[in-house]
Ligand binder design. Structure first.
Ligand code: FDA
Length: 378
């Protein structure tokens, strides 16, 4: 094999490592078991409308990290899109995350910031000094019972398919409440969407004479030339697949939540008037609906058709796409044991969302890949 490094996984982590090392003159071979490159940020044009659909869930780029911002701008320009989310509760639409607009609409009031803060403080004091024993109590302690029960309780139950009284308090550390009318979803100074789509951006990162990409190639499939037993120990490896899979689940399985997506093309120009609508109530089985045309109001999309995607959440089985680490106490114990195994693995570098078992936004995956290049691979 004519490569100085093998990168397993062509998501943002793997691509960043590959691009940096290829630019420094190293020959990089990338493999991915999927038939496309780009990992979970991959997107594609829906065939009949041309509307860009994010196949693995909506991806909004945002960062406060100047190094990452400078780096990503080498491969794409960004639109000025600012993400905003609304939620439907008992037949009424409210702005999210909870802000002064949400509070005043919900309590049919006209509080200023100080009065709203005082109200939430009083409502959140309901449990006194008692340490919350479960997620339900934690929610009440953070924002008071009325807002928690309206906007968080049933939504969280749908996300976890579990009654919040049976979930640990630690799942929610904070629930943002803004005492202004600012309902931008992200506070970061840099945010936007890639002008010509995620896939064009991802492909530009791989477009280097020192990078070879092999798709539909599973690292654990010993029938193809670049697989675990053939490569490890022969050439340095950056592995961004699931860490438990790498060790053949020797320490047990790490638990994940997954999502099911139901995509539909509708014969209307605009279905919901915004890109993401959450559904806070238990009666609606999905957690939210994405309408992709609203991510790119600057594009010339058809005005009589639209693409929506309903999102459902559940625990992942082994064959499902792992999306969010569940991170129970058992998972954390298991991860510690995997970390010992990782440390003992010669010249294999574990990175990214799956390789480290942690949720990483895109800018975090890119930032940590840049650090790995600086600290371990240069
Ligand atoms: P990623 O999962 O992208 O790539 C890993 C790659 O490894 C995959 O392509 C996989 O096929 C491959 N692989 C695994 N096992 C393999 C094997 N055995 N052999 C070969 N290849 C293998 N971030 C953000 O900033 N804004 C957002 O709005 C969102 N939204 C969002 C929604 C949802 C539903 C999720 C799950 C995630 C987000 N993210 C996000 C996070 C974003 O997806 C994440 O930061 C990047 O995917 C991380 O890139 P990685 O390279 O670490 O993993």
């Amino acid at each position: 094999m004519n490569a100085d490094l093998v990168v397993v996984g062509t998501g943002f982590f793997g691509l960043t490592v590959a691009e940096r090392l290829a630019s420094a003159g190293r020959k990089v071979l990338m493999i991915d078991r999927r038939e496309h490159l780009g990992g979970n940020a991959y997107s594609e044009a829906e065939a009949s409308t041309g509307i860009e659909v994010h196949r693995y869930g909506a991806h909004l780029f945002h960062t406060a990290n100047e190094r990452v911002w400078e780096y990503v701008n080498r491969f794409t320009r960004f639109t000025s899109y600012e993400h905003r989310v609304y939620t439907t509760h008992r037949g009424e639409v409210f702005p999210m995350p909870i802000n002064l607009g949400t509070i005043n609409q919900f309590f049919r009031s006209a509080y200023g910031p100080a009065a709203a803060r005082e109200l939430i403080r009083e409502q959140a004091a309901e449990l006194g000094d008692r340490v919350p024993e479960n997620l339900d109590e934690q929610g009440v302690r953070l924002i008071g019972r009325p807002l928690y029960e309206a906007f968080i309780r049933e939504y969280t139950a749908k996300q976890w398919q579990t009654d919040p009284r049976e979930l640990p308090a630690s799942i929610i550390k904070r629930l943002p409440v803004r005492y202004t009318y600012d309902n931008r979803y992200f506070n970061d100074p840099h945010q936007g969407l890639p002008v010509d789509g995620y896939t064009a951006w991802l492909e530009r990162m791989a477009d280097h004479p020192n990078i070879e990409v092999r798709l539909s190639t599973d690292f654990f499939d010993s029938s193809q030339p670049v697989h675990q037993a053939a490569v490890v120990g022969q050439v340095p490896v950056v592995y961004t697949g699931p860490v438990d899979r790498y060790f053949d689940y020797a320490e047990g399985e790490l638990s994940w939540r997954t999502l099911d997506f139901e995509t539909e093309v509708l014969d209307v120009g605009d279905f919901q008037g915004t890109s993401v609508m959450n559904y806070a109530d238990a009666e609606v089985p999905y957690t939210r609906i994405h309408e992709f045309r609203h991510f790119h109001p600057e594009r010339d999309y058809p005005d009589d058709r639209t693409v929506i995607m309903r999102e459902y959440s559940r625990f992942a089985a082994r064959q499902d796409e792992p999306y969010y680490p569940v991170n129970t106490a058992d998972d954390r114990e298991r991860l510690k044991r995997y970390r010992d195994l990782m440390a003992a693995e010669r010249d294999v570098h574990f990175g990214g969302r799956l390789g480290t078992y942690q949720y990483l936004d895109m800018h975090m995956a890119i930032g940590s890949a840049l650090s790995m290049v600086d600290n371990q691979l240069s």
